[in-house]
Design a protein around this ligand. Structure first.
Ligand SMILES: C[S@@+](CC[C@H](N)C(=O)[O-])C[C@H]1O[C@@H](n2cnc3c(N)ncnc32)[C@H](O)[C@@H]1O
Length: 202
């Protein structure tokens, strides 16, 4: 397995959202760290070739999220973690995701807050690794709506409170990482959810 980080708050969300899903698509999967969650489902991990993040076998289908090689209405859940900001045309990614989602399907985007995206952008300019997007969750909601999704930013307290937060704290204690560092890491993330047809879940 290549480089990749798995987060318990994302795991919680994915388990909840995939309960009724049979076909799941990941965009910009890298090491596909969430694959074990979907062992009873048809899970397809996609990415462009990237030897920094991937090892052999991590990617099921090599494809840019801008042009997905799947028939319309093929998936019940699509998700992407820390990858949307690397994709050159966000609006096109949203249109493609809408096309391959079934009616009622969900599209979960886990990304960073704008100041973190700006930092990644600055740093990638020095390394030459292409980084495309600096946006706010509000921009993502607007672009999802343009692509015909019902879209909401997932409010962070409802995600991080309770079990997910406890899991983070446990992880902190186990790894002897300062709690402040972990809480800062949590606060860097932003989550947006699009639903195709029907009303978006809160
Ligand atoms: C920071 S890594 C995140 C990897 C993984 N999702 C994770 O959280 O560990 C960004 C990923 O976006 C992928 N990516 C960049 N451009 C892409 C594109 N046009 N379509 C799909 N994936 C892309 C990269 O190859 C890389 O695997």
């Amino acid at each position: 397995m290549g480089r990749g980080a798995e987060y318990s708050f994302v795991r919680h969300l994915l388990v909840e959202l995939s309960q009724d899903a049979s076909c799941v698509l990941e965009l910009g999967c890298g090491a596909a760290v969430y694959r074990p969650l979907f062992s009873s489902k048809h899970y397809v991990a996609t990415d462009i070739p990237n030897s920094w993040y991937q090892s052999k076998g991590d990617v099921d289908v090599f494809a840019s999220a801008n042009q997905l090689p799947f028939a319309p209405e093929s998936f019940d859940l699509i998700f992407s973690q820390a990858a949307l900001d690397y994709m050159p045309d966000t609006r096109r990614v949203f249109r493609e995701s809408y096309r391959v989602l079934r009616p009622g399907g969900r599209f979960l985007v886990i990304t960073y807050r704008k100041s973190v995206l700006k930092r990644i952008h600055r740093e990638s300019a020095n390394t030459g690794s292409p980084h495309a997007g600096i946006y706010t969750p509000g921009d993502l909601v607007e672009w999802l709506q343009e692509a015909a999704f019902n879209a909401v930013e997932v409010p962070r307290p409802s995600v991080y409170d309770g079990a997910a937060k406890q899991a983070w704290i446990k992880m902190t204690l186990a790894s002897i990482r300062p709690l402040g560092t972990v809480l800062r890491m949590i606060s860097n993330w932003r989550i947006v959810l699009g639903t195709k047809g029907g009303s978006a879940a809160q």
